[in-house]
Design a protein around this ligand. Structure first.
Ligand code: SF4
Ligand code: SF4
Length: 91
């Protein structure tokens, strides 16, 4: 099964008002070497627009694995507010 198919099986209760992910200094993204956040995230949450020189965070797709917080100290990571976020079938 492809990872895209697995992700499709996950349920989410999306917090429309508040992102649980952020960047402490967006200017760092402009000079970041390789932008690892854009390829380590299994859910493709981070993408970089070269024309706008801006990092986008599609936080509602986050599966809360914590990988991005390891590869970048500028990412402000926390769990979503209570009752929101990913909902796994068996846990
Ligand atoms: S969030 Fe971190 S890893 Fe991603 S582009 Fe910005 S500085 Fe680089
Ligand atoms: S916690 Fe995992 S799924 Fe969520 S944004 Fe970071 S790497 Fe992607």
């Amino acid at each position: 099964m492809r990872i895209e198919d697995k992700l499709y099986l996950i349920g989410y209760n999306i917090d429309e008002e508040e992102s649980h992910l952020g960047i402490s200094d967006p200017n760092e993204c402009k000079r970041c070497q390789g932008r690892p956040c854009t390829y380590v995230c299994p859910a493709g949450v981070y993408s970089y627009d070269d024309e706008e020189e801006k990092l986008s965070i599609n936080y509602d797709a986050c599966v809360e694995c914590g990988t991005c917080r390891i590869v970048c100290s500028y990412i402000t990571w926390r769990y979503p507010r209570g009752g929101f976020g990913v909902q796994y079938k068996f846990g």
